[in-house]
Design a protein. Structure first.
Ligand code: SF4
Length: 467
């Protein structure tokens, strides 16, 4: 997933703002964090490390990053292992100065691009696709960064939202389908601008959300103005629909839709599609909460908290290793026997991936005295992997790719199981701004259709080997 951020202001302690902006986007990546700044005389300073933003940075480190421009990144790995060498922002040496680059997304033609760069003598320092983007920018640089980016962007296939920093500018670049989000805001008192993956990062800075960065476009932020240019306006929009379902923070706005309200509506529609006769509705916290609220409102069944989350443990889905995932479930959720005992329970979650976590949850609820367990998912069955920046398992490990809903229900040990239809997902998002109902989303993990292509078999093999 990854969270990215760029800030340009006046007397604004950009590194401090970047710290808080990344902190607000911590849910998008918990493996590494980094901030780079441009100091007064144009020198670049940066600091990166493994772990959470609060683990990587402290007051002293932030004080050692002075300047009015900053770019930041929180990482969750897809291409490239979870190692410090792959932490971002990435430094790119250009003939007339340095460029810092932060990337959210995943390219699907890295083998081809690597081949091109290797023939030009490039030696790799990292193993992520972000370095490839940096090397391409360096290779094609013609003294005009905006022009170079517009030439390089069509070579990149897949998902990319980029924030770049030069000595005096912040730039944002979004792929032609707009698969990963990127929004533009204005700092308080019109003192500068900010780019961020999600609007919740603007809120914490007191910044005003101006708009999304358009798909297929480049924005150039200077102290007092923003310029935009569209480099490819021909492709249909394909924002990742999972941003609404799971990834984005509920207090974020994407394309004018509040994520919490979308999820609540998903819960309401889920009740219409898969009603249940039950005593209580409980969420899998935190991401299942809005849909559970919606389901409870629509059904009239009381909403309760039946699982208490240890909020200091990361998302189990994000942890890269299976061992961590197994431990994570037990660390993270504790059932409330007083709420559950003797009850017919509807449990709301936003997805079932492998099914192992969901089966454990059903067992936890039954062990805590739940009389019936009705599993409801506020998304369609996940039948296909993501190639655009989400670390989903291969198809053979996706329970819905290989089992019917009835078989999954049996494997989970639930009494009933219901998934939200893709039509209801579209309805909940109030469908597309352009009226093409669903055509403006990537929903590859639900229908196996990938708007920006998929990697070759050889490329995929290398990615999984490194993971
Ligand atoms: S494949 Fe799924 S998770 Fe990946 S970008 Fe498309 S909708 Fe999002």
């Amino acid at each position: 997933m990854c969270g990215i951020l760029g800030i340009i202001g006046q007397n604004c302690e950009a590194s401090k703002l970047a710290y808080f902006g990344l902190y607000a986007q911590q849910h998008r990546g918990q493996e590494s964090a980094g901030i780079a700044v441009v100091a007064e005389k144009g020198e670049i300073h940066y600091h990166k490390g493994m772990g959470l933003v609060s683990q990587v940075f402290n007051e002293n480190i932030i004080r050692g990053l002075p300047g009015n421009l900053a770019v930041g990144h929180v990482r969750y790995s897809t291409t490239g292992a979870s190692q410090i060498k792959n932490a971002q922002p990435v430094l790119v040496e250009l003939p007339d100065g340095a460029l810092l680059l932060a990337h959210n997304g995943n390219l699907v033609n890295t083998l081809e691009l690597r081949g091109e760069l290797e023939s030009a003598g490039v030696a790799w320092r990292m193993s992520s696709d972000t370095e490839i983007i940096g090397c391409l920018i360096a290779k094609y640089y013609n003294g005009d960064l905006a022009d170079t980016l517009v030439r390089v962007a069509p070579k990149l296939q897949g998902a990319f939202s980029l924030v770049l920093m030069t000595r005096d500018k912040i730039l944002g670049l979004r792929d032609p389908h707009g698969i990963r989000p990127l929004c533009l805001g204005q700092l308080p008192d019109k003192s500068g601008f900010v780019l961020a993956s999600e609007s919740c990062a603007l809120d914490i800075l007191g910044a005003k959300l101006l708009r999304e960065v358009d798909k297929g476009s480049l924005v150039i932020l200077e102290k007092d103005r923003v310029r935009s240019l569209v480099y490819d306006g021909t492709k249909p929009g394909a924002l990742c629909v999972f941003e609404y379902i799971y990834f984005a923070r509920p207090d974020s706005y994407i394309e004018g839709h509040n994520v919490y309200k979308v999820r609540e509506k998903m819960g309401k529609l889920l009740f219409q599609e898969h009603p249940a006769d039950a005593d209580i509705v409980i969420p899998v916290p935190d991401s299942g909460i809005p849909a559970a609220v919606g389901f409870a409102r629509a059904s009239g069944i009381p909403y309760e908290e039946g699982l208490i989350k240890n909020r200091y443990v990361g998302r189990t889905f994000i942890n890269p290793s299976q061992v961590m995932r197994e431990i994570g479930v037990r660390l993270k959720l504790n059932p409330l026997r007083e709420v559950l005992a003797g009850k017919r329970v509807v449990i709301l979650d936003d997805s079932i991936v492998r099914g192992t976590t969901s089966a454990k949850l059903v067992r936890l609820l039954r062990d805590s005295g739940a009389r019936e367990v009705h599993f409801r998912v506020s998304a369609p069955p996940s039948i296909s992997p993501c190639y655009y920046g989400i670390d989903t398992p291969v198809k053979s490990q996706l329970i819905a790719a290989n089992n019917s809903a009835a078989e999954i229900c049996r494997k989970l040990g639930a009494d009933t199981l219901g998934y939200l239809s893709i039509e209801a997902v579209h309805e909940a998002i109030a469908a597309s701004a352009d009226g093409s109902n669903g055509k403006c989303f990537c929903q590859g993990c639900f229908d196996g259709v990938y708007p920006a292509g998929i990697p070759s078999g050889e490329e995929l093999g290398l990615v999984y080997k490194e993971r």
